[in-house]
Design a protein around this ligand. Sequence first.
Ligand SMILES: C[S@@+](CC[C@H](N)C(=O)[O-])C[C@H]1O[C@@H](n2cnc3c(N)ncnc32)[C@H](O)[C@@H]1O
Length: 296
Amino acid sequence: MPTDTQFATDWLEERYRFDVAARNPKAEAACLQYFAQHPDVSIIDMGAGTGANFIYLSEKFPQSQQWALVELNPNLLKRARERLKIWAAAKGYTVREEGQNLDFRRSEQHIHVQLLQGSFLELPQLLQPDQFHLVTASAVFDLLSEQMLSNLVQVFHQNRLALLATLNYESMAYLPGDAEDDHWIELYEAHMQREQDFGRALGPKCSASLENSYAQLPTEQILRAPSRWQIEPADTFMHGHMLEFLERSLLEMTHLGHSGKGLNAWLQRKKAALQAQQLRLSVTHSDLFIAPVYEG
Ligand SMILES: C[S@@+](CC[C@H](N)C(=O)[O-])C[C@H]1O[C@@H](n2cnc3c(N)ncnc32)[C@H](O)[C@@H]1O
């Protein structure tokens, strides 16, 4: 499997504050509440990137934690390791390096982090899933095909793992709108779901597909709630990234035979609105917390 997953470090770090602002407090509270009585929590973070999900969530759990950060791209994992060390030192933890792993201690709290380079699609070859309580995945599951996701759900179910899947893409809207926005955004979403080596990514269908897979399984709780990026006119760097993604994806669709008539003019209107500090974009995602049935 190629390990260059095309996610740039600066993009992942730029989106962090938008993710933090967007995360749904109800889904997060349900997860923290579910584990409130556990003396410690063991967590697998899938598609860890540069460690954003760990950095955000580890502080929310008051108890000790064992984390396994699973990431395909070795460069991102390397950056995650550096970022976590800086984060832990700034938060007053003592930091110990144990080979690839990291160990943080502060008063009674102990956080152990394993950094695992590999594909979460082969999870049982990387770690023992039944040694964990929770899987987290942020901005990851919408990249997968329906089959990949439903296979993972089986692994989570068999190992009685709870799941907190955040920032799954659903839709986007420019404000104020333009008569052609729907057309180009639909084509952008079609690009997310285009045929690839592994099949078609779920894109906006991800959360519904996740709920469907769980509908046939016993669960104690399924909570799905919106998480929304609000990209304001002053957020020029983030707007620039979004326009670049749109342009690249839409051009690829024109090469696949879709008409590009009006595309340049539409992009120019967006770029002009950005220059004039009038561009707003709302990107809706959803967060899901799913708890397995507790069977003693
Ligand atoms: C949009 S990024 C999100 C990263 C991080 N969770 C965050 O919130 O910033 C998706 C991540 O999933 C990783 N990824 C994609 N497929 C993977 C796989 N099969 N196994 C492990 N990581 C994968 C990518 O390399 C990338 O780092």
